[in-house]
Design a protein around this ligand. Sequence first.
Ligand code: ADP
Ligand code: MG
Length: 352
Amino acid sequence: MILDDRVLDVRGATVRYAPGRPAVDGADLRLTCGRVTALLGPSGSGKSSLLRAIAGLEKLDGGEIRFENRIWSGPGRHLAPEQRRCGVVFQDYALFPHLSALDNTAFGLRGGQRAERRARALARLEAMELGARAHAFPHQLSGGEQQRVALARALAPDPDVMLLDEPFSGLDRRLRGDLRETTARALRDSDAATLLVTHDAEEALALADTIALMSQGRIIQTGAPDAVYLRPASLTAARLLGEVEAFEARVTGAAASTPLGEAPASGFEEGARVCVLARPEAIRIRRADAEGALAQIAARRPGSGQQRLVCTLEDGRAVSVRTALTAPHRPGDAVRLSLDPDNIHVIPAEAG
Ligand code: ADP
Ligand code: MG
């Protein structure tokens, strides 16, 4: 339920460290309270610079950041970080080594009696399933526990905006999975507008209500996880979210012809150049006596529950297909490939 639209609005934000292309180049972003937005992009695309600008750790060289009706950054205006009611969590936890988990969590709390502040801090730790570790010092805690304390500390003062910069990157895979769930719950329970910076598409898809894609300092697409995964606005956006096959084609009779068959392309002009995008799970694989484009399996890469098959078409082009791990296909087998028309997406060729 949306009661009102408490939002953090970033418009045309520009951060420049040196002459040439700015690190953040006119970025637009809107964060809504009670929701998690993932900022996904490759290393060097400007994610941390944008997060730091929101936190007040970098000044803007153009554009504006405002929360509700208050300008945080803008022409001639820059609120100090401590005036922004932002909670920030970095990859390296940054806990105070000489303070217990509880004292670390209570550190940023103001007002009321000390006992009251400690009770609030303890409640935050309990929400992160760390109540039993409240009196441990950072060196007695595992990496995952330290990161949970860092989250509890950032959430304790009930910030308006929560900023997390690759908070799980330092942890091993299994721990990351567990911590993601706890973190997602804590962030949704809080009323903060959350920005989660990550270069991991799987993490963004699993955790976020909204995904914003960043490339070369710009936000190139924003939307619900399913929408950006299945209907990317460009080839760059498509690749940020995972593997994708892209087939260039020209539209004839509201369809685009690809080596794997026809793709419906209504809404494009006759003769328009388009790019047909297919995720590996949108490519069907069948036995050689079925219909479809003939291909040979060149390699098989097993994963957890799924496998990726690299297939070579007759013209030598390699195409990646994802199937159940139990599927019978093996390298060397001849197979037929075709497109699942419900799961492909056609974009103008220029957008690539
Ligand atoms: P990301 O977090 O997506 O990896 P960053 O925001 O850290 O990207 O960096 C974006 C660009 O800005 C990079 O080219 C990086 O080298 C540059 N950059 C980042 N911080 C600074 C800084 N303090 N001084 C100069 N250049 C910087
Ligand atoms: Mg970064």
